[in-house]
Write a protein of this length. Structure first.
Length: 89
């Protein structure tokens, strides 16, 4: 499996407030970004995988809404997160 418990703890430890705070917006965005990158590579090899394509679009939408929430409530954290994850916005 590509996303292990240790990898999740790493995301929430690096971007979130603590390892146990799995509800932090920054940690969730980082985890979604990792999963989106993984599924994008999968879609390059398997163009007709409709189920993966649908879940990829759902994850992009969730990440987008989390980023919109973060931008609305704390613009500085939003800018830092965008820069550290190398996201276009």
């Amino acid at each position: 499996m590509y996303l292990t418990a240790e990898k999740k703890q790493e995301f929430f430890g690096t971007y979130g407030k603590s390892v146990k705070d799995t509800g932090s917006i920054e940690g969730q965005v980082a985890m979604f970004s990792y999963r989106i990158n993984h599924l994008t590579e999968h879609m390059k090899q398997n163009k007709h995988d409709v189920g993966t394509q649908r879940s990829l679009l759902q994850m992009v939408g969730k990440r987008r809404s989390l980023l919109a929430y973060l931008k609305k409530h704390d613009i500085e954290k939003y800018r830092e997160l965008i820069k550290s994850l190398n996201l276009r916005k």
